[in-house]
Design a protein around this ligand. Structure first.
Ligand SMILES: *Cc1c(COP(=O)(O)O)cnc(C)c1O
Ligand SMILES: [Zn+2]
Length: 396
């Protein structure tokens, strides 16, 4: 790569459709693939230079997700809207380690992010890029955390925000949206119903939508978790990663980061096995995975205390399943009773009051260890996606 290239703040080239290959100009506002038959999620592509030593390259960078700015889509640093998201801690199990004999198990704890979840990464990126593209009003359907993050980042950016949230979401998620000055629309239904209303209003008013994976840049924010994992594990990835899967942005993003880092020469071809953990209430990915399918079916059995997992039909189901199959991964559903008990148990044992979505990972890990799918000696990463403080009214 040339010297001048290495001085660019972002090495973004364009967006490409992972299904049909169509290239899209990243200087324009984009949603999904323009090919009518495809409409897939778009992936950002970068010039990925060889020969950079990651330790030197990343030395003296800020301890937030923007430390990887060359491989992120914001071209002018003046457009960055940051609240300090990312570079969250990697914590070995504390008292629970006595229950995992033979395995080394870590939490990556996203609960300290602004607005209390890893949504800050994706939304922070999407809002920054929206500012760069001159967008003035953003809407999103949300199970809770994405709405709060959108409201906060839009407040900071001076962009209007409208948030569509199921009425059966804990009050704190609604209050934070209002406090951050967003318009809140409470919907008597699930996130799919919210998505329809958000889409109608957005189309009618010319507002921009950042629904999961129908906008290209939330993925780029969540991708930074993959870079951080490699860096924090000293460029030796764990054997297995457990991920609580709603829309799947983080899972697909981490998988994308691994492919980029391999092209950079920062990691080899080996990959962790990816495990999608869902709520039995919305386990369409688990059913599709067990059936060997390439797409999932709509599945919604109602309320779950893990609000972020109530996604009946992820838009990018194909990409989620692809990562699971390519990694020789797995998929498993956990029920509310198990999650509720795990939140309490992990709080008392680990000093971490984590979201039910994250607590589900502990239950899933124990199950897959007891069946022998997790083998002795393997290193395991549980990606806790959010703080339990926002879910207290769900926990009994
Ligand atoms: C949104 C959310 C999820 C699901 O994330 P995806 O990347 O959309 O699969 C998991 N946990 C929490 C706490 C969330 O807010
Ligand atoms: Zn396409």
């Amino acid at each position: 790569m040339s010297i001048s290239n290495s001085n660019k703040f972002s090495l973004l080239k364009h967006l490409r459709c992972p299904e049909c290959g169509l290239v899209h100009d990243a200087g324009q506002i984009n949603t999904v693939c323009n090919n009518e038959e495809c409409r897939s999620t778009l992936f950002a592509e970068y010039d990925l230079p060889q020969g950079l030593n990651p330790k030197d390259f990343l030395a003296h960078r800020p301890a937030n997700m923007w430390r990887y700015h060359e491989f992120l889509p914001v071209v002018d640093p003046a457009n960055i809207i940051t609240l300090g998201e990312g570079f969250t801690p990697l914590l070995p199990l504390a008292n629970l380690k006595h229950e995992v004999e033979g395995n080394e198990v870590f939490w990556k704890d996203e609960s300290g992010n602004p607005t209390g979840s890893f949504k800050a990464r994706g939304i922070g990126m999407a809002v920054s890029k929206a500012k760069e593209l001159g967008i003035g009003h953003i809407v999103t359907p949300t199970a809770g955390n994405a709405g709060g993050a959108l409201a906060a980042y839009c407040a900071r950016a001076g962009i209007k925000a409208s948030v569509y949230m199921p009425v059966l979401t804990p009050k704190v998620f609604k209050d934070e949206c209002r406090l951050y000055g967003a318009e809140l629309i409470e919907v008597d239904g699930n996130i799919a119903d919210c998505g329809k209303l958000a889409n109608d209003d957005a189309v009618q008013n010319g507002w921009f939508q950042v629904s999961t994976l129908k906008e290209p840049y939330r993925l780029e924010g969540k991708k930074t978790m993959g870079y951080e994992l490699a860096e924090q594990f000293n460029w030796q990835l764990p054997d297995v990663i457990f991920y609580p899967t709603g829309g799947g942005t983080g899972l697909i993003g981490i998988w994308k980061a691994f492919n980029e880092m391999q092209q950079l020469g920062w990691i080899g071809a080996e990959r962790p096995r990816m495990v999608a953990v869902q709520s039995v209430s919305c386990d369409g990915i688990v059913l599709a995975f067990n059936g060997g399918k390439s797409r999932s079916e709509f599945k919604d059995s109602g309320f779950t205390i893990a609000n972020g997992l109530r996604v009946p039909k992820p838009y990018a189901d194909k990409q989620i399943l692809k990562a699971l199959y390519e990694s020789n991964g797995n998929a498993i559903a956990i029920d509310d009773k198990e999650m509720n008990a795990a939140v309490k148990y992990i709080s008392a044992k680990e000093g971490m009051l984590i979201a039910p979505e994250g607590a589900a990972l502990w239950v899933a890990f124990k199950k897959l260890k007891s069946t022998g799918w997790i083998k002795p000696g393997e290193r395991v990463l549980l990606l806790n996606t959010g703080s339990g403080y926002k879910y207290l009214e769900n926990i009994v």
